[in-house]
Design a protein around this ligand. Structure first.
Ligand code: FAD
Ligand code: NAP
Length: 339
């Protein structure tokens, strides 16, 4: 190992579940050069590398016997501004929500529905982050990534990322691509997406008929703050399960037994079921076993009330999966990355 690496570092402050596991080695990379040097040194010492952003989409169940490479690169720049279209590039280690706010402050719209998502710019393409009817694929203008197999730096265009629902080529090839910076196609003219969940209603309540991008962002932040636990106060990784997308016949079978099922038809004829609704119906909302629990306001969010281990949370998740399968015949897939 090198003199720059710290040893036996607790990751409690580096994951939003607040799980207290240790990294064998830990290094914060502030630039491409530091990323490259750390990867080369790790290879020389035969130490595996684990890339960490904000730790908000992780469930850590054991110590990490590797070099944890924490992405801490900062910076953003406007690459194009023709008076209406804008392309902004941001470094991987930029914290996501402050980046979104800084684009809004410059008068650029496009990221407002993705406000208040924790984590970093570099991790956002991993699962094609999405909220309130917008995913980053909708505003994506490219990214630059390092191929950890060959050491080459390469640009990815939209069609090369295979973005899907909480999915991408990067997520499907874990450990291969290290994302260095991401580009976003934004606009000076707002194209508002208000028809998802309670967004429009919230703006109406505030007396706003012609919202700006900043007003949409503020409304979404207020909705999220009411419903979602703040990781600084209660450990969590956001939605713990993906919403299952099932054949229409399966959704119809469930609807016949549960007329209130929350379900959304997809363009391909399948139906997306709200996993939170299934879990709530099964009686898990607010459940607690020791310090591992299900949030009292949002059944899709597992929480750490203090000292829960990753294994305890994983065990709770598996019990919920088995119960939902038994009751509804539907398999729930975990969303956070499990280590
Ligand atoms: P991490 O958890 O650090 O890493 C996630 C994965 O990406 C890991 O496998 C890691 O190895 C890898 N990775 C990290 N950085 C890089 C990089 N630069 N290059 C290559 N691989 C990398 N998600 C949504 O989609 N929509 C939401 O609305 C949403 N709301 C949330 C609300 C709360 C309260 C919380 C706690 C989470 C929420 N999330 C949401 C999940 C999470 O915030 C996002 O997925 C976020 O993009 C994860 O970023 P991160 O930097 O924390 O990633
Ligand atoms: P919500 O508004 O209560 O809605 C419940 C579920 O129904 C959501 O999962 C959402 O699916 C779906 N839905 C709602 N309106 C829809 C529409 N018009 N068309 C299709 N699907 C619709 O959900 P919430 O938990 O408060 O979250 C609000 C938004 O923030 C959602 O988009 C959610 O994905 C996102 N969010 C994500 C995370 C995470 O960690 N991934 C955490 C918190 C919030 P979708 O999830 O597919 O949008």
């Amino acid at each position: 190992m090198t003199a720059h690496w710290q040893e036996q570092v607790s990751l409690k402050a580096y994951n939003t579940f607040g799980i207290d596991v240790k990294a064998r080695y830990f290094f914060q990379a502030h630039s491409d050069a530091e990323v490259r040097a750390a990867l080369a040194e790790a290879q020389q010492c035969n130490v595996p590398v684990f890339v960490l952003g904000g730790g908000s989409n992780l469930l850590l169940t054991r110590d990490i016997d590797a070099l944890v490479l924490h992405m801490a690169s900062r910076g953003q720049r406007v690459l194009l501004d023709d008076g209406s279209r804008v392309v902004v590039e941001a470094e991987a280690g930029e914290p996501w929500h402050p980046f979104v706010q800084s684009t809004l402050a410059k008068g650029f719209s496009g990221l407002e529905n993705l406000s208040l998502i924790p984590g970093t710019v570099g991790a956002a393409p991993m699962q094609n982050v999405g909220a309130y009817g917008v995913e980053i694929k909708d505003v994506f203008a490219g990214l630059t990534a390092l191929d950890r197999e060959t050491g080459e730096v390469r640009d990815f265009a939209l069609e090369e990322c295979a973005f899907g629902y909480r999915d991408s080529v990067f997520k499907r090839n874990p450990g291969r691509w290290l994302i260095l910076r991401v580009r976003f196609a934004l606009s000076r003219a707002l194209q508002a997406h208000l028809d998802y969940g309670p967004v429009r209603q919230r703006l109406v309540e505030q007396g706003i008929e012609q919202p700006t991008a900043q007003a949409i962002s503020d409304a979404i932040c207020s909705i999220r703050r009411e419903k979602l636990p703040d990781p600084a106060e209660l450990g969590n990784a956001g939605s713990f399960f993906k919403n299952p997308v099932v054949p229409a016949a399966v959704a119809e079978r469930i609807r016949a037994q549960h007329p209130g099922v929350v379900a959304y038809a997809q363009a391909d004829g399948q139906v997306k079921l709200a996993a939170g609704w299934l879990i709530e119906q099964a009686g898990w909302k607010g459940y607690r076993d020791g310090d591992a629990g299900v949030h009292r306001l949002q059944a899709l969010v597992l929480v750490n009330h203090g000292q829960a281990s990753g294994a305890q949370l994983h065990d709770l998740a598996r019990r919920i999966q088995a119960d939902i399968y038994e009751r509804f015949g539907v398999e729930l897939e975990m969303e956070p990355n499990l280590y």
